[in-house]
Every structure is written in C-alpha cells, then in structure tokens.
Design a protein around this ligand. Structure first.
Ligand SMILES: [Zn+2]
Ligand SMILES: [Zn+2]
Length: 95
C-alpha cells in the first residue's frame, strides 16, 4: 500500500490559532464541504479527542465535526492543484 500525502501550507492564521500562516501539514484526507462556497475540507492530522468542533466558514456556515479537525481548503496553498489530485489521495495498492 502507498498513500500519497501532499504537503500543504497554511496561507492564513486559523481563527483559534490551531495553525498559523506558513505552517505546513501532510494532507491526510479531503471531503467536499456541505456549504455553498464550493470548497473542500482537509484533514491535516489535527485530532481533538472527545471534542465537538465548529469551524466557521467564510460564508458563516459552521462546519461541525468531532475529533478530527477539518479545515477549509481556502486556508491553504495549492487548492486548485488538489482538485485534480483528489483521487490520488486514496491509498492505492501497487501491483
Ligand atoms: Zn464552507
Ligand atoms: Zn461556506
């Protein structure tokens, strides 16, 4: 098994200072956001056991999650590239 994990860099400070501009992370997973902004949500490896998180979107929608901190793709570099490589994030078996 190989998992492709692109590195992404924050271009904004997160509101709760979970990460700051310039911080880099391995992108672990992507899912489409349910709000109207047409962005994705990234799992960058931040975990908050036994917590329910509410991350406010730029449109005002609250993206709620538990344990895994999902953050909006527009907070990071390379979001356009990522749209083309989403499928590559899925772990694939090398033959
Ligand atoms: Zn959103
Ligand atoms: Zn939104």
């Amino acid at each position: 098994m190989i998992c492709i994990r692109p590195s992404i860099t924050a271009i904004k400070d997160q509101a709760d200072k979970r990460f700051l501009q310039g911080d880099t992370f391995d992108l672990l997973a992507i899912k489409p956001a349910p709000c109207k902004c047409n962005h994705n949500l990234y799992d960058i490896g931040l975990r908050f056991p036994n917590k329910v998180l509410g991350v406010q979107c730029r449109c005002g929608h609250i993206h709620a999650s538990s344990e895994i901190g999902w953050y909006a793709s527009y907070m990071f570099t390379d979001t356009e590239v990522m749209k083309d490589t989403i499928t590559e994030l899925i772990c694939t078996t090398l033959i």
